[in-house]
Design a protein. Structure first.
Lengths: 767, 377
């Protein structure tokens, strides 16, 4: 489809007052773009004006120079029309005092540059066309037949989707079928509930669109969302479609530590995975699924030998974990393991007491609540029973606070914050010693049993579980920073994992109660459905939801360096034996990290590629001494669209002002920044450049997990290149900003501008 | 380890305190707002925060022999400010009621005094004793002679004293036994918790402390420091001085009877009679005010232990005044009947004093004296 351009300039919200709009129109008209202005473009009249252009003149590629693209999104969205927003409001007139009539009209120059950049971009883009899968399956695979998996399957089935549950055990139910009682489910939240799992399983059987495979695990999941090919097997079985594992780092190098060449690596890899088909070989008998809900759950933490010696675990049979205590309770009246006598007094230890206030590993509010539940068992079994809970943290979120309060009221339940020092045998009983208690002194408690609040280990700690036939490996990458939970640290985006189309729910995601897991299951089910309803139309899932573009490779120039395959945060690319990447567009989240990685610059998106951004950089006017005696500096700022760009908008909204010498280009993620843009900026005479994006590291805020981290690595390398050009490394920088830190932006920008000012103008200026 | 405290919660104790009006004790989450807002709590080791957790953990040993529970005047400031509605004021009152029954022997009688079901039996005891003893000795005459109404013609003064004098001795003896243990306990507790600067109790110093503390008690100084329940001080003072006045009148009557052989009733012009009447009226009005305030205050717990004592004091005053009024009004039969009931109340007062809430007059006095002696600040 051929492009027909248009420019619409809004003069409202202070834009018309601060800028010379006629001059702006002239800039656009000079480029041959038909331009219209309106004082209230987002009003009905203004929108009609644009629609008129679309309908009568056949305009389909427009620049709207008005407010930020983050506002009025729906107002300025037109079917069949590509819209680029020029942010004249938040990032020009609201964040810079007007310079109208001054010797150098900085603000006008800024607005004109942004308009030119937009027009240049519009000229270079291709109109996006969605990627359509050849085969598309709407079926959902649920891994795990516990309370989470069953709930997720029920939710998906009720929404009309076909679901298959695979459960490694011989029967459904998981842990939920092995307990005495559940936490309160109904108001007033003071009484324990009977387990709901039996009813859930019964309900499951009434859905013909749910099939259940017990005694089954996933051997491999190949393909991409909307078209996964899944091989199932019996637990422990070894089959040819077991997923191959990537080589561990120590096997990739020879004795001297040098990495083997490609052929040798392939050879070792094949040897390492003997008997297994490569990831690119599809199982002809595999079952097709569109999305996966990972609800494989957890296993009880098993204390290591001597780990809790001071608590008597291992040496004293009456010191048990909460899991062992639950089993005792599920068998009937709780009796002591040592002599089978009913228990009178039980101490629940919530923190191991190793000199700090940390809890046991893999715990959380769920272990607090389980201790309360089990304390209630003690009281139910014996009216004279005493249950003590010694905690460092008591977490009872939501309505379970009522349960906590009701237990506080029980005369036989005693709770105190405190540090458990030791547990020792005293005749037939035990003595628990605790310090720093609310009683104001060191105390000793006589007990029949001691229960340790050990945690719920996600099964992903032991095994990849999902067994993805992905080149990056079968499990989630770098999962150690999440303590092996199937999480992605997307605080704002629960259920998302680092693998598109795989949505985690329940205790595999974090320690959860059964009640929370049931809710969690709904979330993951909805996410899986959303993924299917996006993949079928070829649009991206979160966070660039609705994006129709996808990475396009110019394979003729690929050097098979594998960098894109290795660096993709979502494992979207699978290279073949030679190293040529095989894209899987529905796995892709459209962050562009591959584009930033590619040294050959052969990867791009229809409207976002090396050329479009490069052209925008070129469109920035760089004043020289020919123009002014003291030409203003020009600084390129590549801004992450997820957090940094909204922070800049907020800075404008709050009328924070900063240097008008910067030129902002939003990028999908700092990971997509190709250093060529910075080199181009500097070689055309711009005086500096910096990246503004999310925090990276273990507690990263990057929406694409790895982007800002990769960018920082690449920026270090560019420093070397600058030195070879005799440019100071200080001309390039990267800053981190959180979405709510808009107030820090003026200082970051102005400090950088001052630093560049001190370095003096770029010597390449004017060449 | 020797320095650790062995926690042994007493579930029975917790349940008893709950029944005695401390039902909300377990709500306490140890924020210590109560100890901060309490106007009369000392600065070092203040109450009632520590008493709240000790109660909710059933640590009887930390409470019964703890003088601090008696320093509390149930101002109610703590209960009003408590963010959790744990009502520390009422909890301490319940703990005190429990402590009274612990120190007064026989314990069964203590339990009975706090048990509404036992009330008919407790009231029947004086009636039965009066009738049996009266009939045996012939000192109870159901057909008194003469036109002038003289109560001793019906219920001989000899009979009254035959019963009441040993009864007073019994009350004093029970108190003496209880106090011996009480004083030893509170001293041991104070030493353990570092609340005293005295190693042992020196009788001379202790009596000096008692003399120092008496004006404080008479003026109701501590009560007046209260915020929430300050208005209760007036009623309490009326009842208190009513009893003091009546005690003085009875003593004078006793002395005059046995030394000067002069019988009552006295003339209304006699100053002793003035004091008797004023005291009686103060007792009736004071207890009446207490009833009114207890009924009006919904946020404060009022249990049987409170009602039974107010009822006793109110009954005592009302029957006394009515006996006098009916005597002056010439209603002989009614007056004799009221006198009988009045004597039943007097009996109950003496007999059950060491077991009822009224025992606080002894325990609190001793505790305040001890605090003064021990230098508790």
């Amino acid at each position: 489809m051929s492009k027909k351009f248009g420019v619409y300039i809004c003069t409202g919200c202070g834009i018309g007052d601060a800028l010379n709009v006629d001059q702006l129109v002239e800039v656009a008209e000079d480029e041959g773009f038909k331009t219209k202005t309106h004082p209230f473009l987002c009003g009905k009249e203004g929108v009609d004006l644009i629609k008129q252009g679309l309908e009568k003149d056949g305009v389909n590629t427009v620049a709207i120079a008005a407010c930020s693209r983050r506002v009025n999104f729906d107002t300025f969205r037109f079917d069949g029309c590509y819209v680029d927003r020029v942010n004249l409001r938040e990032q020009v007139v609201w964040s810079h005092p007007s310079t109208k009539g001054e010797e150098i009209d900085h603000v006008q120059m800024m607005a004109e540059d942004y308009l030119k950049m937009s027009m240049e971009k519009l000229k270079k883009i291709k109109l996006p066309e969605a990627y359509k899968l050849e085969n598309f399956t709407r079926k959902i695979l649920v891994i795990g037949g516990g309370i989470t998996g069953i709930s997720a399957a029920l939710d998906a089935a009720k929404a009309g989707f076909e679901v298959t549950i695979v459960e490694k055990e011989a029967q459904l139910g998981g842990y939920a079928a092995k307990i005495r009682k559940q936490l309160p489910l109904n108001a007033p939240y003071t009484q324990l509930s009977a387990p709901v799992i039996a009813d859930k399983i019964k309900e499951l059987q009434s859905f013909p669109n749910i099939s259940v495979k017990t005694g089954t695990v996933v051997a491999r999941i190949a393909g991409q969302p909307g078209d996964f090919t899944v091989t199932l097997k019996k637990p422990g079985e070894a089959i040819e479609f077991d997923v191959p594992f990537p080589l561990p780092p120590e096997m990739k190098v020879d004795e001297s530590g040098k990495e083997y060449d490609k052929d040798k690596l392939n050879e070792i890899y094949k040897e390492y995975n003997t008997g297994k088909n490569d990831i690119l070989t599809l199982d002809p008998n595999g079952e097709k699924f569109g999305a996966v809900i990972l609800a494989a759950g957890w296993r009880p933490y098993e204390p290591g030998a001597g780990e809790f010696d001071h608590l008597g675990y291992g040496a004293i049979p009456d010191v048990v974990t909460n899991h062992q205590f639950e089993q005792l309770a599920a068998n009937g009246k709780i009796v002591r393991p040592s002599d089978g006598k009913p228990v009178q007094s039980v101490v629940f230890v919530q923190s191991p007491g190793k000199g700090d206030d940390s809890d046991f590993e893999y715990t959380g509010s769920v272990t607090s609540l389980v201790a309360l539940k089990q304390a209630k068992y003690v009281r139910e079994d014996n009216p004279d029973g005493k249950a003590y809970v010694i905690y460092q943290h008591m977490r009872t979120p939501g309505l379970q606070e009522y349960f906590y309060k009701s237990l506080q009221q029980d005369p036989g339940i005693f709770m105190t914050k405190g540090e458990v020092v030791s547990v020792s045998q005293n005749g037939a009983g035990l003595v628990v010693e605790a310090d720093n208690t609310l009683l104001g002194e060191k105390i000793q408690i006589n007990a029949d049993m001691v229960v340790l609040a050990t945690g719920m280990v996600p099964v992903t700690a032991d095994d990849p579980v999902i067994n993805l036939a992905y080149r990056q490996g079968p499990g989630f990458r770098d999962n150690a920073i999440f303590n092996q939970y199937a999480d992605s640290n997307f605080i704002c985006f629960p259920y998302e994992t680092q693998r598109t189309g795989i949505y985690a729910a329940g205790a595999i995601r974090r320690g959860l109660t059964m009640e929370e897991s049931i809710e969690d299951a709904s979330g993951a089910a909805l996410k899986a459905i959303q993924c299917l309803e996006s993949a079928n139309r070829g649009v991206a899932v979160h966070p660039r939801y609705g994006d129709m573009t996808f990475p396009d490779f110019f394979f003729a120039r690929c050097t098979q360096c594998k960098r894109c395959t290795e660096e993709c945060p979502f494992g979207a690319l699978d290279d073949d034996e030679k190293g040529t990447p095989k894209p899987n567009p529905t796995r892709c989240r459209r962050c562009g990290t591959c584009m930033g990685a590619c040294p050959e610059r052969i990867i791009g998106f229809a409207d976002y590629n090396i050329d479009t951004i490069g052209s925008m950089v070129k469109a920035i006017g760089v004043p020289t001494e020919d123009d002014f005696d003291e030409p203003p500096m020009r600084i390129l700022v590549l801004v992450c669209e997820n957090d940094a760009y909204p922070a800049l908008d907020m800075a404008g909204l709050h009328r924070c002002t900063y240097s008008p010498n910067i030129r902002i280009i939003p990028v999908r993620c700092l990971g997509s920044v190709n250093v060529i843009w910075i080199k181009e900026a500097l070689s055309k005479g711009m005086d500096g450049a910096f990246l503004l994006g999310c925090k990276h590291g273990d507690d990263y805020q990057c929406h694409f997990v790895k982007g800002s981290e990769l960018a920082s690595i690449r920026m270090k390398k560019i420093g070397e290149a600058l030195v070879s050009l005799a440019l100071e490394v200080e001309r390039v920088a990267q800053y981190e900003i959180a979405i709510d830190e808009f107030d820090k932006l003026p200082k970051i920008i102005d400090d950088f501008a001052a630093q560049i000012e001190a370095l003096g103008p770029n010597p390449f200026k004017g060449f | 380890m020797a320095d650790a405290y062995r926690v042994e919660p007493d579930l029975g104790f917790i349940n008893d305190v709950i029944a005695l009006g401390g039902a909300d004790v377990k709500k306490c989450y140890q924020c210590a707002t109560c100890a901060v807002v309490c106007p009369i709590s000392p600065d070092t080791r203040p109450f009632p925060r520590k008493e709240m957790i000790a109660t909710s953990w059933g640590l009887k040993d930390k409470l019964i022999g703890n003088a601090d529970i008696w320093l509390c005047h149930n101002c109610g400031d703590c209960s009003t400010k408590c963010p959790r509605g744990a009502k520390p004021g009422d909890v301490l009152a319940a703990v005190r009621a429990y402590a009274i029954t612990e120190y007064a022997i026989p314990k069964a009688l203590g339990k009975a005094v706090n048990d509404p079901k036992k009330l008919p039996i407790l009231l029947a005891i004086p009636a039965v004793i009066f009738v049996i003893l009266g009939l045996i000795t012939g000192l109870l005459d159901f057909t008194p002679e003469g036109t002038e109404i003289v109560h001793s013609h019906f219920f001989s003064t000899w009979l009254v004293d035959l019963i009441m004098v040993p009864l007073s001795i019994w009350a004093v003896a029970i108190f003496a036994l209880g106090l011996k243990r009480f004083l030893a306990d509170i001293h041991a507790n104070a030493l353990l918790e570092g609340k005293t600067n005295q190693k042992r109790i020196d009788p001379k110093g202790f009596i000096e402390a008692l003399i120092r503390i008496i004006p404080t008690i008479l003026r109701h100084d501590k009560f007046n420091e209260c915020g929430e329940n300050k208005d209760r001080a007036t009623a309490h003072m009326m009842v208190f001085f009513g009893f003091v006045g009546l005690f003085i009148v009875t003593s004078i009557f006793f002395v005059v009877l046995y030394i000067f052989q002069i019988h009552g009733p006295y003339s209304q012009l006699n100053p002793v009679k003035w004091l008797a009447n004023i005291s009686g009226i103060a007792l009736v009005i004071g207890t009446g005010l207490m009833i009114k305030s207890r009924l009006a205050r919904k946020d404060q717990v009022t249990t049987y232990k409170d009602w039974s004592l107010i009822g006793l004091a109110f009954g005592l005053g009302v029957t006394g005044m009515l006996t006098e009024m009916t005597r002056l009004g010439g209603m002989g039969g009614l007056s004799y009947a009221l006198y009988f009931i009045h004597l039943m109340f007097v009996f109950s007062l003496f007999a059950y004093l060491p077991f009822s809430k009224l025992a606080h007059l002894v325990y609190r006095t001793v505790a305040m004296t001890y605090a003064e002696y021990a230098g508790r600040k």
